[in-house]
Design a protein around this ligand. Structure first.
Ligand code: ZN
Length: 261
């Protein structure tokens, strides 16, 4: 069975800026979905901010194996209820790939639990990405380094928790470096952050970038059944303890009472 990928995009620059609209006539989401659909074993669809519930209903998330996210100008317009739904889907086992300026996307920040800040410069400079985890499935089929002639600079320190693995490190013409491919696990969900993808450059048409996104979608897919009740916090009564015990000392909670949140 194919991996079901949903490519989510705020779809703002493409519709408000001629340079971006001309570069990505199908939208960044359409371009990335086309790259995924051109590869074996992945079926990609798209969703955008402008759709009801941003296109991310519970049913849609239940039928999404990997959610890819591109946001920038409209992070603040994403509904908190949808963010919570996305985060709980990740904890349940849905894969999540945050692209470029989505370092500040609400679901990514929520999953990281940190500032997710960085330094940046928009000067069309050369980016050279080095593979720092050579046998990693996300780097499969790539050369040991590759270049993007024009990109926005992102520089360290990147305010994210230490990742499971750093798959790529970027060097920029102006001298900065950045950890540009990072893996995490959050609950049962695999999370990947991938840096390139500034909207005024044709980055998502680059063969190496497309390969990374395809590889990452395969890597982020957790084929196990979704974990249910990921936010449940059940009380285990004394009588149901695995070994016989007696309650000792006072108790705040009445028998069978819900825990506080
Ligand atoms: Zn950018």
């Amino acid at each position: 069975m194919s991996i079901r990928a949903t490519v989510w995009n705020e779809n703002v620059h493409e519709t408000h800026n001629k340079i971006v609209g001309d570069l990505y006539p199908e939208g960044i989401h359409g371009t990335i979905a086309a790259a995924l659909n051109a590869s074996d074993g992945i079926e990609a669809t798209t969703a955008t901010l402008q759709e009801p519930e941003h296109g991310l209903t519970q049913d849609r998330l239940d039928n999404t194996d990997v959610l890819l996210w591109w946001g920038h100008a409209a992070h603040g317009e994403v509904s908190d209820a949808v963010v919570e739904r996305v985060v709980e889907a990740v904890w349940s086992g849905m894969g999540f790939i945050a692209l470029h300026s989505s370092h500040f996307a609400k679901p990514f920040k929520r999953l990281m639990g940190s500032a997710c800040n960085l330094t940046w410069r928009e000067a069309g400079e050369r980016e050279r990405l080095w593979v720092t985890s050579r046998n990693h499935p996300i780097a499969a089929g790539l050369p040991d380094h590759f270049e993007l002639e024009n990109e926005e600079m992102y520089g360290e320190p990147f305010g994210v928790p230490e990742p499971l693995e750093t798959v790529f490190v970027s060097w920029f013409q102006g001298g900065e470096v950045f950890r540009s491919g990072l893996t995490y696990k959050r609950g049962a969900g695999h999370v990947f952050y991938f840096r390139p993808g500034h909207e005024t450059y044709p980055t998502y048409f680059d063969d190496n970038v497309r390969r990374v996104i395809v590889n990452a979608t395969r890597w982020a897919h957790n084929p196990a059944a979704r974990v249910t009740g990921v936010t449940d916090a059940p009380n285990v009564p004394v009588q149901k303890a695995l070994e016989p015990i007696e309650a000792r000392g006072p108790s705040l909670h009445a028998e069978g009472e819900e825990g506080f949140r």
